[in-house]
Write a protein that binds this ligand. Structure first.
Ligand code: SF4
Length: 233
């Protein structure tokens, strides 16, 4: 199994997962469709707001982001208003998310998007060159708002895939080439948007730190669950 980036995962491991991948994709996507939550940034047509939302969502629960995003979007309809906002006012709005650095980054991002004529780029390399936009935010933006296939790898997704495939969690797993290759291979070419939303929603509500394995659609294919079941026997 070889990724576009050139990395590959071992043949043995490939054999183990190849039989599972299609079933996992299907089960997760079906679950995702049934449990989709229409958070306000998911249906926005405003590219700037959509990108800002992905920055707000980093290391923050979606429910916590909702009121902050809603206030931000209503006060600053475009990057122009956000770039000329009073820094104290912006800080006060974003302070509810906990991480103060985001106010400065979002203000800088607004300035940059403004300079670009209120146009948000649609290429990964250009996106990650913007203030405050990391690989996760860029991939989420591309996948959900541009319609380009991209993989979703945040801490929650690492937890999901390491549990399902019984992987040992290593340091900096989100940047581990083999792991990224694995997620790249699991993410479907068609229907990636539904699949990626399913991963986000499932890891937010089911495969949490304390997982709800009993209601999980992929429990029969999950190494973690099967190991806990056999330990009980
Ligand atoms: S069975 Fe449990 S550990 Fe496995 S994916 Fe589902 S919720 Fe997560």
């Amino acid at each position: 199994m070889r990724c576009r980036g050139g990395s590959s995962i071992s043949k043995d491991f490939c054999n183990v997962i190849s039989g599972k991948i299609n079933a996992i994709r299907k089960l997760l996507a079906n679950w995702g469709r049934a449990h989709y939550v229409d958070f306000p940034w998911r249906s926005t047509k405003n590219s700037f707001h959509a990108l800002v939302a992905e920055i707000m969502l980093q290391r923050t629960k979606a429910e916590q982001v909702v009121p902050v995003y809603t206030t931000f979007a209503s006060l600053y309809p475009t990057a122009k208003e956000a770039s000329s906002a009073n820094p104290e006012e912006l800080l006060e709005i974003l302070a509810h998310l906990g991480l103060r650095w985001r106010a400065k980054k979002i203000s800088d991002l607004a300035g940059e998007i403004c300079r670009r004529g209120n146009v948000v780029p649609k290429e990964f390399e250009e996106l990650v060159a913007l203030p405050g936009v990391g690989a996760y935010a860029a991939c989420a933006y591309l996948s959900f708002h541009v319609g380009k296939r991209a993989i979703i790898v945040d801490t929650n997704a690492v937890r999901l895939w390491t549990r399902i495939f019984g992987l040992t969690t290593r340091k900096e797993m989100r940047r581990n080439k083999e792991f990224l290759c694995l997620v790249d291979n699991i993410t479907p070419a068609k229907g990636f948007r539904v699949f990626n939303y399913a991963v986000l929603d499932h890891t937010r509500t089911v495969c949490k730190q304390k997982p709800l394995c009993g209601i999980c659609p992929v429990n029969s294919l999950c190494s973690y669950y099967l190991a806990t079941q056999s330990a009980k026997e």
